[in-house]
Design a protein around this ligand. Structure first.
Ligand SMILES: Cc1cc2nc3c(=O)[nH]c(=O)nc-3n(C[C@H](O)[C@H](O)[C@H](O)COP(=O)(O)O)c2cc1C
Length: 312
């Protein structure tokens, strides 16, 4: 818990492929939330080393995280883990595979491991692997999302896990954060809301499309990477991708990293976003966003107190 208790707000800036730049991580940590990025955003393990040197120099003692995709199609896991060890990265966020040897390695340097899951069975495996935190990625999340309601998934994970619980999926405001805390989460994971910040690496067109979109403009499909995720339907339509062709694609994360020449590239032109888009109407600096979230969070928690039933 110490990783999160020092924060101004219980928010982890979620790792986003291509979008979480070192600038976004640095601005997040400086604003008082925990910034993170996918290791694969750095093109090589050597570049990852440079990014971490820079981030540590800029954020000082503030905690930050790096996401490792533990999947056979990611050939960089071993090399990247060595770089994370050298920098004693405070938080390692694992996706797709929870591995106890990896947990031990991270604990040896004093770091923590949070694992993201979309169902209870994966949470049980992660708990057995000894992770410190579980991220419940619920329906409506950006990226590779789950399908379960946060009410269902948070409660089921709490039945089997008493470590840190982070809730994810369409969390865009301080009100959403307060609700997540009432559901038993220690913190929230925020992805889509951070796409529309000055420090994210998203294009202006992508950010504008998010401003114009509502939850009904988001489609859940496995046609981009073989794993079901949420994408802005209009970006798929523009690229001629039929989101309804369900189950026809094998999981190949490597092709996302080196997409074929020409044609629409997954994540770069096929834009992912969660159902929280309907609450996003601007592009702010992370510092201004965190100020806004704090105000909303405080007033939501105050309002929750006024809802307490009076006895008798
Ligand atoms: C554009 C985009 C890229 C993402 N890339 C990754 C990734 O590389 N690794 C990962 O673990 N999660 C990734 N995610 C998922 C986020 O980490 C997080 O689970 C999700 O954004 C939370 O839901 P929200 O977007 O509704 O806040 C991505 C999400 C988005 C929107």
């Amino acid at each position: 818990m110490t990783l999160l208790t020092e924060l101004r707000l219980p928010v982890i800036g979620a790792p986003m492929f291509l979008l979480s730049s070192p600038e976004l991580v640095i601005a997040s940590c400086r604003a008082g939330i925990l910034g993170s990025f996918p290791a694969l955003n750095a093109r090589t393990s050597e570049e990852l080393d440079e990014w971490l040197t820079r981030i540590k120099a800029e954020v000082g003692e503030r905690p930050f995280g790096v996401n490792l995709i533990v999947h056979p199609s990611n050939s960089r896991v071993e090399a990247d883990l060595k770089v994370l060890a050298r920098h004693k990265v405070p938080l390692v966020i694992t996706s797709l595979g929870a591995v106890s040897e990896l947990v031990k390695t991270v604990h040896d340097w004093g770091g923590q491991v949070f694992h993201d899951v979309v169902q209870r069975r994966h949470a049980e495996k992660a708990a057995q692997a000894g992770v410190d935190g579980i991220i419940a990625v619920c329906a409506g999340a950006g990226g590779h999302a789950g399908t379960q309601s946060p009410f269902a998934l948070a409660a089921e994970i709490r039945q089997i896990f008493d470590g840190t619980l982070v809730l994810a999926g369409a969390i865009s405001s301080g009100v959403d954060m307060a609700c997540a805390r009432l559901l038993g989460a220690d913190a929230v994971y925020m992805g889509t809301r951070l796409i529309n910040t000055l420090e994210s690496a998203a294009s202006l067109d992508y950010q504008q499309r998010i401003i114009e979109s509502r939850a009904s403009d988001v489609v859940y499909t496995d046609q981009v990477s073989g794993i079901p995720g949420n994408f802005l339907a209009s970006s798929l339509a523009e690229a001629g991708v039929d989101p309804k062709g369900w189950g026809g694609k094998s999981v190949d994360l490597a092709s996302e990293l080196q997409p074929p020449e020409g044609g629409a590239k997954a994540w770069k032109h096929l834009w992912s976003a969660g159902q929280g888009v309907g609450q996003i109407a601007d592009v702010l600096s992370v510092a201004d966003l965190v100020d806004q979230l704090e105000g909303e969070y405080r007033s939501a928690l105050n309002r929750a107190v006024t809802l307490t039933p009076t006895p008798g």
